[in-house]
Ligand binder design. Sequence first.
Ligand code: KIV
Length: 265
Amino acid sequence: MERRKITVRSIASMKGKEKIAMITAYDYPTAKLVDAAGVDGILVGDSLGMVVLGLENTLGVTLADMLIHVAAVARAKPKALVVADMPFMTYETGTRDALRNAAKLIRAGAEAVKPEGGQEIFDVVEKLVKYGIPVMGHIGLNPQRVLSLGGFRMMGRTEEQAKKVVEDAKALEEAGAFAVVIEFVPASVAKAATESVKIPTICIGAGPYCDGQILVLHDVIGLSERPPSFAKRYADVAAVIKNAVANYIEEVKKGVFPSAEHYRD
Ligand code: KIV
């Protein structure tokens, strides 16, 4: 039986019934593959800056970069929900900019957008939702704050920070977000946030008590140079690629490739 298209409503209705499995993808072939594997949601994350473009962090990712990758993923016509990250400084500068930039991501093929932040972006989230753009929140560690944080640090360790994670989740729900990503906080904090809202929480590095999980594809398949400690590697695709290319080089050098089936006289 063909899988039904997953929408923001389907994701929202999974809370308490079925765990949500999301993963990132940044291009057409990997979007096809993760969708065929049955993932519920694909995030075209600004992590593409680090795992695809070779940047130190996500701050250098532009809206133009995102539009190319969102369009490539959308061309795969996944059954999974396609969510696009709003890059650094494309929504913090006011609701007009946020609306204009989110609309570009939607026109490129995204079905929802994900800005980073909690209570401080309440107005932005509310406005996007009001005008028909579904929003997935992102709280806990916000990688776009890496400079002020002084690194990719676990959040929610102090009582004050833990309270902020829960209050941020509640604020995003009130603003109309259909789900919220919680990144790199203690499991107990993610649990408290999950229990305090009716929208699904989708965690990364935040333990098992959330409504779903999300990981970066390149960490999962062994293509990341520096995967975070909380990621799990399920395959060693780097070794497969190196081996295939080494075999190709050897056959070229020896004159074994191309052989008769690969050319015509
Ligand atoms: O950019 C990204 O891949 C993300 C995930 C880590 C949630 O935001």
